[in-house]
Design a protein around this ligand. Structure first.
Ligand code: DGL
Length: 266
């Protein structure tokens, strides 16, 4: 089984194309809605929450977990890979993030002016900045945190004026620097990609949903030892620490997917 973790609903933007690309693989989604958002939390809290969810997913039989959450990928992943996994009973299992595949995609596009839009915690970690810079050292890269966007999206306010104003506000720094390539460094932003594109029509937009499924495909080809351990019965499960009814409704309204959700408490 493959686990897909996010702090809330946003990771469904990644789960949906993964479920489409890998119809036979068993997939379980875990949204920590009760404790979302993570983007304004400390590194210690993000690590602790992510680790609890990862442990739950391991106990539920996941051989591999993808941290779809950019904030968890940038603030908790390395510590989980380097401190929690080695020597534990799950040491042969894998936890992967979403930053490196997206950084590789941007770097491969010969972008020379790149803007990273992300949560406060992701911006603070500078993880995207580091990963992109390693691959394309001469590009001009700026980061912009966008604290209003996740709460507005979680509240379902995707089309209203408040959202449009917030998008315009955050893209101001990119426009001023004539940024041509934008990384959506947050699970939720693909849900407002159209607003971002409307605001900056010429910009190329890079996000996890368009990159992660093929990156996972490549990973599985290179890591047959993991691929062979993944169960393939086409099972889909959705777990939330929040309200299952609200979760199901969000999935239907914003991603047009019909799911059932189960509640767990960590
Ligand atoms: N999932 C988070 C991310 O991708 C956004 C929501 C949050 O702040 O928890 O960064």
């Amino acid at each position: 089984m493959i686990g897909v973790f996010d702090s809330g609903y946003g990771g469904l933007t990644v789960f949906k194309p993964l479920a489409e690309k890998f119809p036979n693989y068993d997939l379980i989604y875990f949204g920590d809605n009760a404790r979302a958002p993570y983007g304004d939390k400390t590194q210690e809290k993000i690590y602790q929450y992510t680790r609890e969810a990862v442990d739950w997913l391991f106990k539920s039989g996941c051989e591999m977990i993808i941290l779809a959450c950019n904030t968890a990928s940038s603030q908790a992943l390395r510590r989980i890979q380097q401190e929690s996994l080695p020597g534990s009973k799950y040491s042969s299992r894998r936890v992967l993030g979403v930053l490196i595949p997206v950084a590789e995609k941007v770097a491969a596009s010969d972008a020379d002016k790149i803007g990273i839009l992300a949560t406060e915690a992701t911006v603070k970690s500078e993880a995207y900045l580091r990963e992109i810079r390693k691959l394309t050292p001469y590009a001009e890269i700026i980061q912009q945190s966008a604290p209003k966007l996740v709460p507005l999206i979680e509240a379902g306010k995707i089309q209203n004026q408040e959202m449009k104003d917030a998008v315009a506000e955050y893209l101001g720094s990119f426009k001023a620097r004539k940024i041509e390539n934008i990384v959506l460094g947050c699970t939720h932003y693909p849900l407002i990609k159209h607003l971002i594109q409307d605001e900056m029509p010429k910009a190329r937009i890079f996000d996890s949903p368009s990159v992660i499924p093929s990156a996972l495909g490549n990973y599985l080809v290179r890591h047959q030892e993991i691929e062979q351990r993944l169960s393939k019965n086409g099972i889909r499960k959705h777990i939330t620490t929040g309200k299952p009814k609200k979760f199901v409704k969000f999935a239907k309204v914003f991603l047009n997917i019909e799911i059932e959700a189960e509640k767990v408490t960590l």
